[in-house]
Design a protein around this ligand. Structure first.
Ligand code: SF4
Ligand code: SF4
Length: 473
């Protein structure tokens, strides 16, 4: 054999050697995915950083208080300067619609890209398996050997380190989740002094246990059997969806690389199994698209690496649509895909609703109820009096000073109202009387406008149209 032939053989032997240990996931063994460097691996690390705000967000302060706080006991949701009350929850519903449709749109364009790069289950499981690999062995045989050997101090130490790190991450996850619902610094204090409220302990326990079990033990089984999104994604993808595909025309017939370089009559797949070995869900993408594929692209990294080492064109496994791979068709532009356009339209409508809701948020809520029993009373001097109950909700974070005025009813006077102070987040009920001398009466029913004047500024949103009722003329 020539020198270059020997080198090729050595290269090939190295590749096969790498994966001698790995096999397809048939559900009976624990997946130990091989870790390789590559562009999609790097992208995955970068995408994982999007979870940093989850841990750091609760500690951001704004005007002396937590910038983002879901204050459920007080039914207030704070986003920096914005405070949302249950009355404005329709905006939250629209936001949820926006993200649900965004997920559908992204799936329709690029499959389970959310699962592969952003989903908490795959991200946490990736970190947990990284820790496990460092403690117990990086290959299935190393891990199995480690687990089957008798207990030694070294084994005990390694197991303790692994589970301690898992629990630490799980605990931090539970604590970070809970910190979005109460003051984060106070929460740390309350946990450390064992003074936290029962719901805080329950939330911590549920999320810590959930993270520990799901990311540490169940891992890809969650993606395969538990996740509802995995089940419904099939209806969101079509033949134009970009997914990791194995190019059969390029790769088949596959054959082991033996004795020399690639044979002329063979495809480029050298059947090295590296794409299976790196797959976090343990599937073989060469068998076609499968439910377990989370679109992470790690098999692309692995195969590109093999192709480069065997001097063949990369892209045997690549992100492409079914039509591109099987019919050599060009990718369809997004605007020519009705499904995507419908998703985008719904998203834009939801976004418009949220933006107009946020920009139109009033600093207070103002309602006026006309007394029904009786509709009016005639005073001893003949003046007609109507009674109203005013309700004012202060939606700001400062005390609010309010005066009430009326307009639209000539000659009418407002009684029993003086400047009133309302605390942040509180509702103030006010009973007021409007009186009109009988001589000024023009109709049995006259429109009257109540104006809430807050902190000296008249806000157009805080007027309320009501009725002044009088006896028949
Ligand atoms: S598709 Fe690529 S990585 Fe997978 S077995 Fe073939 S050559 Fe190896
Ligand atoms: S087949 Fe490839 S893209 Fe799909 S989950 Fe496995 S490694 Fe990720």
């Amino acid at each position: 054999m020539s020198e270059s032939g020997q080198q090729n053989q050595k290269q090939a032997d190295n590749i096969y050697q790498q994966t001698a240990d790995w096999q397809l996931n048939t559900g009976d063994i624990k997946i130990v995915a091989k870790r390789l460097l590559g562009r999609f691996r790097s992208l995955k690390w970068l995408a994982m950083l999007t979870w940093l705000p989850f841990f750091l967000g609760p500690y951001i302060r704004w005007n002396g208080q937590q910038a983002i706080l879901f204050d459920i006991p007080n039914r207030q949701y704070h986003f920096f300067d914005l405070t949302v009350y249950p009355q404005d929850l329709w905006m939250l519903a629209l936001t949820l619609v926006f993200f649900a449709i965004l997920l559908a749109a992204v799936t329709s364009v690029a499959g389970r890209i959310f699962c592969g790069y952003f989903c908490f289950q795959t991200v946490w499981a990736d970190i947990f398996t990284l820790i496990e690999g460092k403690c117990e062995g990086q290959t299935p045989s190393q891990a199995s050997k480690f687990n089957s050997t008798p207990w030694t101090l070294n084994k005990l130490l390694r197991k303790t380190v692994k589970h301690s790190l898992w629990l630490l991450i799980a605990l931090l996850t539970g604590l970070s989740f809970t910190a979005w619902f109460t003051d984060a610094f106070q929460l740390w204090h309350d946990y450390l002094t064992l003074e936290a409220a029962l719901p805080a302990w329950i939330a911590l326990a549920v999320f810590t246990t959930g993270t520990y079990v799901l990311a540490g033990f169940m891992r890809e089984q969650v993606c395969l059997w538990l996740c509802p999104y995995a089940r419904i994604q099939g209806v969101m993808v079509d033949q134009d969806t970009i997914l990791p595909h194995y190019d059969q025309a390029q790769g088949e017939p596959r054959a082991k690389l033996r004795k020399s370089a690639i044979k002329e009559d063979k495809g480029s797949c050298i059947d090295c199994n590296l794409c299976v070995a790196v797959c976090p869900t343990g599937i073989d993408i060469r068998q076609g698209q499968q439910l377990g594929c989370i679109t992470c692209g790690l098999c692309i990294d692995a195969c590109d690496d093999v192709m480069t080492k065997t001097n063949q064109p990369t892209g045997l496994i690549r992100y492409a649509s079914h039509k591109e791979i099987h019919h050599d068709a060009k990718p369809v532009q997004l605007y020519k895909r009705p499904r995507v356009m419908v998703y985008i339209t719904i998203m834009l409508l939801a976004l418009t609703g949220v933006v107009s809701g946020v920009t139109g948020l009033s600093p207070a809520e103002f309602n006026v109820l006309h007394e029904r029993q009786p509709l009016f009373v005639r005073l001893s001097d003949g003046t007609i009096q109507n009674k109203y109950t005013l309700k004012l909700l202060n939606k700001t974070q400062q005390n609010m000073f309010v005066t009430i005025d009326i307009s639209g009813l000539a000659g009418a006077t407002l009684h029993q109202v003086k400047m009133t102070e309302i605390e942040p987040g509180k509702v103030l009920p006010l009973t007021v009387f409007v009186r009109l001398p009988e001589a000024r009466l023009e109709s049995e029913i006259t429109s009257i406008t109540f104006i809430a004047n807050m902190n000296g500024e008249i806000d157009n949103n805080l007027t309320y149209q009501s009725m002044f009722l009088a006896p028949k003329l």
